[in-house]
Design a protein around this ligand. Structure first.
Ligand SMILES: [Zn+2]
Length: 201
């Protein structure tokens, strides 16, 4: 049986890959880590730091040291960290759902180019601060704002995401979400019939 990392070692690794809350909220940080991990079989986000989570964290940390992505083949945890700058102590920092990250990987393949993440997780206070919708998918770890690469028609054809927000002026999709996989889906959107809306700015 593989050894489990000590809390101290694991904390250092979590901080290195973006969980700046690990020193004060170790369990919250590694649960966020478990939830999103896509570099092997899914981890059970059970809040228990055992052999599987320990081995997975060692893999992510080793990749980070080599300048590789830490969460999935092409995405890193830190890209999805709440942009509140760490000002809110209750913020979980990074809590993306694995299913959404898998869809982003599939999207990346379809579009044939890297996808820049503009915004991922948003805690309640940061969401209010930036004027996000009250039930914003960003609060559930199921949404990302991305660089607009594809048109709404393309995105619909891909049938990957359950919510698509596009910029009126360019027609490009700048928000994608997996509300069908998360804790709240008030509009009933799904990949075959996504909820869509436009941003006028
Ligand atoms: Zn936050």
């Amino acid at each position: 049986m593989a050894a489990v990392l000590s809390t101290r070692e694991a904390t250092g690794m979590l901080v290195a890959i973006g969980f700046d809350n690990a020193p004060r909220s170790f369990a919250t940080a590694f649960t966020g880590f478990q939830q999103g991990w896509n570099l092997g079989p899914a981890l059970d986000p059970d809040g228990r730091f055992g052999t599987h989570t320990s081995a997975a964290l060692a893999i992510s940390f080793a990749r980070q040291r080599k300048g590789l992505s830490t969460m999935s083949p092409n995405f890193s945890y830190v890209e999805f960290r709440c942009n509140d700058g760490g000002r809110f102590p209750e913020c979980r920092r990074i809590w993306m759902l694995r299913d959404h990250i898998r869809r982003l990987e599939a999207y990346r393949v379809k579009i044939g180019a890297p996808v820049r993440i503009v915004s991922g997780c948003r805690c309640k206070r940061h969401n209010a601060e930036v004027g996000g919708a009250k039930s914003s998918q960003h609060m559930f770890g199921t949404a990302s704002d991305i660089q607009g690469l594809a048109s709404l028609d393309q995105k619909k054809r891909f049938a990957l995401f359950a919510g698509l927000g596009f910029q009126q002026s360019t027609g490009r999709v700048v928000h994608v979400d997996s509300r069908d996989k998360g804790a709240s889906n008030l509009t009933g959107g799904k990949p075959t019939a996504p909820t869509t809306w436009r941003y006028s700015t």
